[in-house]
Write a protein of this length. Structure first.
Length: 319
């Protein structure tokens, strides 16, 4: 396909007497490329499904989402994009999108195929905008710019998802030590593990970590063991500190160690690690700031002594 595209481009840019022949060859080449792409995509079987978060929200009586997929004007276009994304054989990339959506909280209840279709839609929109600009403003068509615009639209959509997930994970990492302290205090006062989590969640229900704790409570109420619910939490939130905490809690259950003491020691360890990390960053910052400080000092010296040095050189005093 790439060879055919390159050949068509060379024929289109060459200066030959019978240019119309090469225009026909270019049109046939583009038609063949599009046909091969459509056949490669739509020969794959697929079945459109919804994400389990959205299905659970609908079954529990919550209002359905309001996204571009529910827009009556864009629904036919988004259906084509969704069908295309389902037919694309990219299991690893779709699994990465699924894990990133879970880490980001998935506020739109997107499935991996839906978010891939959304990125395809924005890629096509940016490509069409660039092509329209070339045709209207420059009176020309740039195939390369259209491809770059399509890739930029898809890349920005995926990058936005990654940034959303990273931001949420940072907020959860900051919240974990305080939540562990509250859970350990509640358990020290006589509450069970489930009751302690319920008390913590009730205080700030919109906190990202509390939202994940709500899922843990829901899984336990539906019959999942506490061990499995905590392991699912570690899978949803890929943070090293959370994985170590879950491992410590599971080990404490196996050994019969008081869970409140384990959670309190883990919270103290996390705060100590944060203090050490802050001290290391401060030490690195003090070293890095020496370079701009030296540049500022050098510029001040040049400003003060520069005119005198220039006059001395111009007067021939250097010789």
């Amino acid at each position: 396909m790439l060879a055919l595209m390159n050949m068509a481009t060379i024929l289109a840019t060459a200066d030959y007497p019978n240019a119309w022949i090469y225009d026909i060859a270019l049109s046939i080449g583009i038609f063949a490329i599009v046909t091969m792409f459509v056949v490669a995509i739509f020969r794959q079987p697929y079945e459109i499904t919804v994400s389990y978060q959205r299905r659970s929200a609908i079954e529990t009586g919550h209002a359905d989402r309001q996204t571009v997929f529910e827009n009556p004007l864009l629904r036919p276009v988004m259906w084509i994009m969704l069908a295309t994304s389902y037919r694309m054989a990219m299991p690893r990339f779709k699994d990465w999108i699924r894990r990133t959506l879970v880490a980001a909280g998935n506020p739109g209840y997107y499935s991996p195929e839906e978010y891939l279709a959304l990125s395809l839609f924005y890629g096509v929109m940016i490509a069409l905008a660039i092509v329209s600009f070339y045709i209207v403003a420059l009176g020309d068509f740039s195939f390369v710019s259209a491809i770059l615009g399509f890739m930029a639209g898809m890349g920005l959509t995926i990058y936005q998802l990654r940034e959303m997930a990273d931001k949420r994970l940072r907020l959860i990492a900051k919240r974990v030590p305080y939540a562990l302290d509250l859970i350990s205090l509640a358990m020290s006062a006589g509450a069970t593990f489930t009751e302690a989590i319920t008390t913590v969640v009730r205080e700030e229900s919109d906190d990202p970590f509390n939202e994940e704790l709500k899922i843990v409570l829901a899984e336990i109420e539906l019959g999942t063991t506490r061990r499995q619910a905590l392991q699912n939490l570690a899978i949803r939130i890929p943070i090293d500190m959370l994985r170590s905490i879950v491992a410590s809690v599971i080990q404490a259950e196996d050994l019969g160690t008081p869970l409140a003491d384990v959670l309190h020691s883990q919270a103290s360890l996390l705060r100590l690690q944060r203090s050490v990390r802050a001290e290391n960053l401060a030490a690195v910052a003090s070293v890095r700031i020496m370079v701009p400080g030296a540049l500022i000092l050098f510029s001040v010296i040049l400003t003060v002594f520069g005119p005198a040095v220039v006059r001395f050189i111009e007067s021939g005093g250097i010789f």
